[in-house]
Design a protein around this ligand. Structure first.
Ligand code: ZN
Length: 210
């Protein structure tokens, strides 16, 4: 099954992508992770992406699309894949169509902006081991210290309140129109994000069946 997960930053797409990956045995493809990998491996597309990021610019569509095209040709995508974070704009969705990629379902995870803002602004991460915490929902044993490796916890710039508002605005302007784009094709399913991850996963799995 070829899937796309849509939703605002902080709506829990990444977590749901991992759950579907476990249940269906198809790879979850996160554009963010792929960009980091491509840059670390120094691939042609990775080096291109790095030149934009180092200059403080957004990675342009043609580069992101190139990286996705390379990735979807890998063997592990033969039985399907879950795209998380791509497409992010109508031109990217059109590029995916032009590649001849069939999409079976688009799952849109809906969470109100206020809830997202509260979730993201409470998030703390350990830069050393990657563990994530939350000031309300997932507190470390000692405040400000990683349970796993003992390093200090920080708030990512992405999660600071003013950045969150900017990211939500960009989402509403550029990515949300994709809901209509896929609704017209008849493969959009809307899932209301729940407080408990497992509840959202149950709704998501149901949306994949109907
Ligand atoms: Zn750590």
């Amino acid at each position: 099954m070829n899937l796309i997960l849509l939703g605002a930053p902080g709506a829990g797409k990444g977590t749901q992508a991992e759950k579907i990956c476990e249940k269906l045995g198809i790879p979850a493809i996160s554009t963010g992770n792929m960009l980091r990998e491509a840059m670390a491996n120094g691939t042609e597309m990775g080096l291109k992406a790095k030149s934009f990021i180092d200059a403080g610019k957004l990675v342009p569509d043609e580069v992101v699309i190139g990286i996705i095209r390379e990735r979807l040709q890998a063997d592990d995508c033969k039985n399907g894949f879950i795209l998380d974070g791509f497409p992010r704009t109508i031109p990217q969705a059109e590029a995916l169509d032009q590649m001849g990629v069939r999409i079976d379902r688009v799952i849109d995870i809906e969470v109100p902006d206020e809830k997202i803002a509260a979730r993201l602004s409470g998030r703390r991460v350990c830069l050393k081991c990657g563990a994530t915490y939350h000031t309300e929902y997932k507190q470390p044993k000692t405040e400000g210290v990683c349970d796993v490796c003992g390093d200090k916890l920080v708030q990512r710039k992405d999660d600071m309140p003013e950045t969150v508002l900017d990211r939500l605005k960009t989402y509403h302007e550029q990515t949300e129109p994709l809901k209509d784009y896929y609704a017209k094709k008849g493969n959009l399913r809307v899932v209301e994000g729940q407080e408990a991850v497992a509840d959202t996963t149950a709704l998501t799995m149901k949306a994949l069946e109907d």
